[in-house]
Design a binder for this molecule. Sequence first.
Ligand SMILES: *[C@@H]1O[C@H](CO)[C@@H](O)[C@H](O)[C@H]1NC(C)=O
Ligand SMILES: *[C@@H]1O[C@H](CO)[C@@H](O)[C@H](O)[C@H]1NC(C)=O
Length: 568
Amino acid sequence: MCITRSVDTVCQILKGKMITLSLVLVLITVQWSWAQEDPLLPFSEHLDLEHKVQLKWGFDEIRDTILFELTFNTVGWVGFGFSPNGGMTGADVVIGGVGPKGSYFTDRHAVGTSMPLVDKQQNYKLLSLTESDGKTVMKFQRSISYCDENDLPITELPMKLIYAYGETDEITYHGNRRGTKELNLLKYMPQSNPPNSNFFDITTVNFTVPANQTYHHCKVMKIPTFYHKKHIYRIAPVITNVDIVHNLALYRCPPSVTEPFEADCYSSSSRPNLCIEVVAVWGVGGLGYEFPEAAGLPIGGNIKASFYKLEVHYNNHNLASRVDSSGLRLHYTSELRQHDAGVLITGLAVAPGYAIPPKAKSFLTYGLCDTAYIPKVVEKSNDLQLFSVMLHTNLVGRKVRVGQFREGRQIDFVAVDENYDFEYQEVTNLGETKTVKLGDKLLVECTYNTEKRNTLTWGGFSTSDEMCLAVLFYYPAMNLSTCVSFPNTTTLISEMGAKDPDTWLKMMSTKTWTDTSINQYQQTLKRIDQIVQVMNSTNNISINTGLIPDLKAIPSAPCMNNTAQALH
Ligand SMILES: *[C@@H]1O[C@H](CO)[C@@H](O)[C@H](O)[C@H]1NC(C)=O
Ligand SMILES: *[C@@H]1O[C@H](CO)[C@@H](O)[C@H](O)[C@H]1NC(C)=O
């Protein structure tokens, strides 16, 4: 390390050498340990302790499909399935292999501890079955839901997975070549244990919780300084009062934030809220969040943003005076991963010129991210590989959908939550690593219910205001912070027949909102030109215009209903 000034020059030379050397090492490492990831199979687990059976999987909830790839250390038959209780009875299984007469693969169900019976309807689709180097690799797809009574649906709860295999292709009793593992396939979170790892905490310290029903505490603090870059790979809760801590959020502050402070998040005297890049959230019942193997959140080295904001939401029902030290534990490793992870906020710009009428059963708002403008503010721009998302509205949000458009056509949904609940927000892993090519548009649609409100709900940062955001986690990271839009206020005011902002404001707040007028206003907001903007991490903005495209439903893949063929 270079500590004193007098040896600076020597240090520079040494650093230069070290950089060259580590570059060479990095290149060598890439060769063997960063095998190309399959974006359709982002998750991986060994099903047994001896690591003879490996499962990789990925899914698409919109199209209702789930993809599996199993690698067994055998050249005999292989079996895998889902079991109600961990045993054979009632299990939904597939058996396959590569035998002397070619490959075989069948969808079966077990009625007891005997050879599983072949289903009348074959609902699993074999994609490939290969045998080499003493291993059998079987890749197949099925519906997440189920197609006949012999198949089990895949749910968002932990499921018991069973496997068995033989030493030959004669399907006989497997002996001890079998096992069970419980995994939550659709809400999976890895639990890695990288070498050279450590952690630091961002917590409140002996904070006296006010005797309020609900209170949001904000603490902005500097994280430890690291001379060399590290990667944060896991963010886990540290809760000292489980009965009153309701949820936590961690935000990264821009480099312009350089002073720590602590205050009520929503008091009027609070400082402007500059730290809006959500990097982690935790809610009652939740566990930690972990980044995928290929990426980590960079800290230290020459990363300028080193202040983070912790927000703790307390629900102090008994109104007792309590002392709390809850927060988050950030686990990091110096074993750098292949990519720096980035966080990008997309959706509707958070600003007060946007109002949601009261008494609306389902009011739609839209925010557009046009990635074509990213290169205008980011020197080295690249496509985004999305792996996680956090959808965010405040109290009256009910649904959030994020559509992806390429060359004017909707190609996918990045994320959909049809049952959004402000109290249970989480960062969820996408079932596939999704590529957003520069030039693609991302449309965030939020649905609100304001039936219980009597006045307008404005866009803003307080919980009683509203937002419509999708926070995207992606790699490789760019110096990018937001990609949002806002309806052109000048157009809106004239479309609504007001002569200036003041008359418009008065008109909005005195209007009698009926289903018809709500609907008209909603359509106007969507139809008019939008100001679309992309902001980089040093707050430089590129401002352009755009229009809101239509979101279309994407049909789910039909069940694969093949009648069972004669077995080989
Ligand atoms: C927090 O309170 C505990 C118990 O009173 C005390 O031991 C500890 O030193 C306090 N921590 C700090 C950082 O003040
Ligand atoms: C942000 O954009 C401005 C203007 O294009 C540019 O000068 C600056 O270097 C950019 N900052 C980063 C971190 O890329």
